[in-house]
Design a protein around this ligand. Structure first.
Ligand SMILES: Cc1cc2nc3c(=O)[nH]c(=O)nc-3n(C[C@H](O)[C@H](O)[C@H](O)COP(=O)(O)O)c2cc1C
Length: 212
């Protein structure tokens, strides 16, 4: 076994080890606007659902390890506290990757990646029409985890509206997991896809009395 104290690793090494180990991670494709209404679209895999009442997702636009610069998405949610979290499936993952390129501020990654803007019902950032599930969110809080390279910025986004594409819910409104075709991020350039072959069900254990 090889063991490492984090203090003995460079930030880039720690980043690389942790991203391979803590995987797969879901991907939030986040649309935001700046105070002038200019649209931005970027993916984030430091992301998950943390509460259902209130329903809160957190994603983290980090300071770049390379040069400690911050991301346009973070600047935008500081200016306009709204975002759409667009769920990523295999159909759009190549375009999502393109949207992660470092474009100058003000460039609309919808256009660069070939994705379609769809107006949100209640907030200014548009949804991604091709995304299977779109979550309209209000940003409640932003927590900075530091000011050095690699430091995360936790964006706490409260979900207000959920949009499902046709074919994801059955006639009783129940989600059909097989139809979501999710993809997730791992280390380096690795991704994985949730296919029928990789899915399995594991029923919850039957409750037993604790005082056996
Ligand atoms: C699948 C994927 C996941 C990513 N996850 C993150 C992440 O969690 N945090 C982060 O800071 N950057 C992440 N990135 C990189 C950003 O998307 C990239 O830095 C982007 O240029 C930021 O755009 P912005 O400056 O317009 O916000 C990820 C890239 C990809 C392709």
């Amino acid at each position: 076994m090889k063991s490492f104290e984090i203090t003995g690793l460079s930030t880039a090494q720690a980043h690389n080890y942790l991203l391979h180990a803590i995987a797969p991670r879901p991907i939030a494709l986040v649309s935001t606007v700046d105070k002038e209404g200019k649209v931005n679209l970027s993916p984030f895999s430091f992301y998950n659902l943390f509460s259902t009442n209130p329903p809160v997702c957190i994603f983290s636009p980090s300071r770049r390890v390379r040069d400690n610069t911050i991301k346009h998405t973070l600047e935008n949610v500081q200016e306009v506290a709204e975002c759409v979290i667009n769920i990523v499936d295999h159909n759009i993952v190549y375009k999502v990757n393109q949207a992660s390129a470092e474009y100058p501020k003000g460039v609309n990654e919808f256009k660069e990646a070939g994705l379609t803007e769809l107006a949100s019902l209640h907030i200014r950032p548009p949804r991604v029409a091709e995304s299977p599930v779109q979550l309209e969110c209000i940003v409640k809080q932003i927590i900075s985890l530091g000011d050095g390279p690699g430091a995360g910025n936790l964006v706490l986004a409260e979900i207000k509206t959920i949009h499902f594409k046709d074919g994801l819910l059955d006639e009783n409104g129940k989600p059909i997991q097989r139809n979501f075709d999710h993809v997730a991020r791992l280390g380096g350039d690795w991704y994985c896809r949730v296919t029928s072959e990789s899915l399995f069900e594991l029923p919850k254990p039957v409750n037993e009395p604790l005082n056996r």
